[in-house]
Design a protein around this ligand. Structure first.
Ligand code: 4AD
Ligand code: MG
Length: 432
């Protein structure tokens, strides 16, 4: 028999009606003749109230056996209740235990990070972790909507690749039968091919970097959104990025208020995120840093403290443009007016969350691209197909990559990217 279950998120449509919910016990407390059950079903949380004198003896007895994470079907009448968190309560009339539990490892007390990471498969049930994953899902939804509304096509680049896209130091090596292969660091080069076929494209997929850096911002496996647009210049590339990021933030504010509240996020910091975003050149950024006591010379890359110092000057994400050609990827187009810098930008999130986007206009001249292969010691054979894109109807084109986990960390206000993905792959952590 179908139970016709109600989801907790839908109880507002059943006020004063009897519903049955499939759920887990999150927490409970009892004061003699009345018992309060904090119930969760994934869609939300609701408090069930069991009054000893108003229920069958069996119901009182069974609800007394429940421990944290016991699973059950609960039946009751939905009541509007201004004092309770979600605005509704359940006056319990019946219970059917599915499984009783004992010794659930993640008790409501404080636990260390290592313990929680070892129990990540259970940790994701907690209200905070649930809120983060719900916001992550909403961001992905917003990404798809944004590009769908603008005539982009979703294209899936390969995961197993014969060559590198973002430098050779962080490649994940594997065997491909008798050949060597690498897990993709970025789908970009393939997305450039796709843009020449479909015009405006974006990808959304996992990327891998064998980075030996143990920081709050680095994952070994992370998800990237990589749009690529034919006939887009550097300036147009920045414009779509700021619209894109503003759209994502707005969408989360619209759909995830409750989750942001669970996280204690200061939403006023998100409400002002609207296009346009400020832009400064690399030159200006170096000057600013030097004037503010940072040891940095023109030609050096920025580290996290530099990015944070720059970002603190603004309430919105800030573009740093025109980095030195020598410290950026081989495919970036030099500024025709000043070839020692490239037509690129990193987008730095506010509040110290660091770089969330890297992007650029791409080299469209086949000879220049060949020169770059030589300078970067990349084998011409391996990139022949990529060179073809510049031989057969080369056009100006641009694209960028948004790191999903860093975006989630910023929007949720999290200290570390490890909480932004269901099962983080970190340096020295492959379990669970
Ligand atoms: O700046 P990156 O390396 O750029 C690219 O990969 C380009 N091919 C993208 C493109 O133009 N299509 O990476 C892009 C973004 C960074 O800004 C950052 O948000 C994220 O990906 N990212 C990481 N996130 C988590 N852990 C890591 N190890 C990351 N490395 C990069
Ligand atoms: Mg980058």
């Amino acid at each position: 028999m179908s139970r016709n279950l109600c989801m907790i998120r839908d109880v507002d449509q059943h006020v004063n009606e009897t519903v049955t919910i499939g759920c887990w016990l999150h927490n409970s407390r009892s004061s003699g003749k009345i018992r309060f059950l904090q119930l969760r079903d994934g869609s939300g949380f609701i408090q069930g109230v069991v009054v000893k004198n108003e229920v069958d003896e069996q119901v009182w007895e069974d609800t007394g056996k429940l421990a944290q994470e016991s699973s059950l079907y609960i039946t009751g009448v939905v009541r509007e209740d201004a004092r309770s968190k979600g605005g509704y309560e359940l006056t319990v009339t019946g219970v059917e235990i599915i499984q009783l539990t004992s010794d659930y490892p993640i008790t409501p007390k404080e636990h260390g990070v290592d313990f929680l990471m070892d129990h990540r498969h259970l940790w994701i049930r907690s209200p905070r972790q649930r809120a983060i994953l719900v916001i992550r899902a909403q961001i992905i939804r917003a990404v798809q909507q944004f590009f769908d509304e603008r005539g982009f096509h979703l294209v899936d680049p390969p995961i197993l690749t014969p060559s590198s896209a973002e430098g050779t130091t962080s490649l994940f090596h594997t065997k491909y039968f008798d050949e060597d292969a690498f897990l993709t660091q970025s789908g970009q080069l393939y997305m450039e091919a796709a843009a020449m076929a479909l015009g405006r494209v974006y990808s959304f997929g996992p990327t891998f970097r064998a980075e030996k850096s143990k920081t709050r911002r680095h994952l070994i496996e992370f998800w990237m959104i990589e749009p690529e647009m034919a006939f887009f210049t550097h300036e147009e590339n920045l414009e779509i990025q700021e619209q894109f990021v503003a759209y994502i933030v707005k969408s989360v504010l619209e759909h995830c208020r409750r989750e942001l509240e669970v996280l204690g996020r200061d939403v006023s910091r998100l409400e002002g995120i609207e296009a346009p975003f400020p832009r400064i050149t690399y030159d200006e950024a170096v000057k600013f840093l030097q004037e503010n006591g940072h040891e940095i010379q023109w030609g050096e890359d920025f580290g996290a403290p530099h990015e944070t110092a720059i970002a603190q000057q603004y309430h919105k994400p800030v573009f740093i443009t025109h980095y030195p050609t020598d410290i950026k990827a081989f495919y970036m187009k030099p500024d025709p007016a000043r070839p020692e810098v490239v037509l690129c930008a990193d987008l730095i999130a506010p509040e110290g969350y660091g770089e969330i986007i890297g992007g650029s206009q791409r080299i469209d001249d086949p000879e220049l691209l060949e020169q770059r292969f030589q300078q970067h010691e990349l084998s011409k054979e391996a990139y022949q197909w990529y060179l073809d894109l510049r031989k057969y109807g080369s056009v100006p084109h641009s694209g960028f990559g948004l790191g999903l986990e860093r975006t989630v960390a910023w929007i949720c206000g999290l200290d570390h990217v490890r909480e932004t993905i269901p099962f983080p792959r970190l340096l020295y952590r492959l379990y669970p």
